[in-house]
Design a protein around this ligand. Sequence first.
Ligand code: CXF
Ligand code: ZN
Length: 378
Amino acid sequence: MASTKGQVIKCKAAVAWEKNQPMTIEEIEVAPPKAKEIRIKVIATGLCHSDLSAWKGILPFTKFPCVLGHEASGIVESVGEGITSVKEGDHVLSSFLPQCNECPMCKSPNSNMCVKFFESLGYPGMLLDGTSRFSCKGKTVHHFVACSTFAQYTVIPHGFFTKIRNDAPMEKICLLSCGVTTGYGGPVKVAKIKPGSTCAVFGLGAVGLGAVMGCKRQGAGKIFGVDINNDKKEIAKTFGVTDFVNPTEHQKPIDQVLMDLTQQVGCDYTFECIGNVGVIQSALAACRVGEGQCVVIGVPPSGTNIAVDPMQLLFGRVLTGCFFGGLEPSEVPALVDDYMQKKIMLDEFITHTLSIDDVNKAFDYLIQGKTLKTVMHF
Ligand code: CXF
Ligand code: ZN
């Protein structure tokens, strides 16, 4: 095929023109990558709950019209000046959380945050030079968290992608680009839970089941799976939940239910995988006095606050949280290896495979709670 390097590419994309309005499939123009950027051909993209939140307008830094999507695998089509980490033809995963390797946060062994993430928030809907590479019908179309993977081609800045091995199935490993990794890292990387411990995972969507998978891999003794949807029970057990608890089937608040189920000891670790401030409070209250840890993993709507009784903290409960499961993007290739060696599950998350043409259907399924993960292709 003739090289498209340096040229504007016309391709298919799902454009969200306004919040809460169905996206339309359009032909968009994708400009070549500038310095320190790459252009990739997106092969497969998962739909993440944060895409839905962005579409609803409840995440900050979303500007319309835009191309949503941030959980993808792709192939490098061309690279801009100064890119040495990948070349044309390499396989990559998009990464909403960057890793520049140069900032104090990247250099710290205790943090996976990166200054480039905060820098990018300063240009909502744009790449790091404050401009967009997308246009459609003469209008500028915005990027979304520097990824915008609901397009056949997208431009991604240095740091916001990870090179991965090229023999892994792209339609599966795209899930490691956000949701599954975000959940899995909570128990494995952040809490580093001890074998035999008692855990509770609140919310059994893909992020929650990723957390369950991490708890199991760390050797948890008991894993409570908390969800108001009984349909989650069977699949949750497949991932490692030992006890499914539906809060709506109990008279007492869920934290007290968990206290009762642990003989008033509480959980060693709880993981909030919804992004609901009330649930965060319950997850903290369900922790064991003196040492229990609550890890916030779900992304709450912007502008919300948690009301925490300080006594919870004075009594030694720990409240913490993480982005992307506390993992650095450079740790993702090892997860791809784990998948290839059948040490972690990915196939089991995928309930639907759709064409990008059906993007609105994918969003509807997610809204109706009918899916775990939908993977879209072009
Ligand atoms: C989100 C965090 C906020 C920006 C978009 C991605 N994380 C996971 O979905
Ligand atoms: Zn996500």
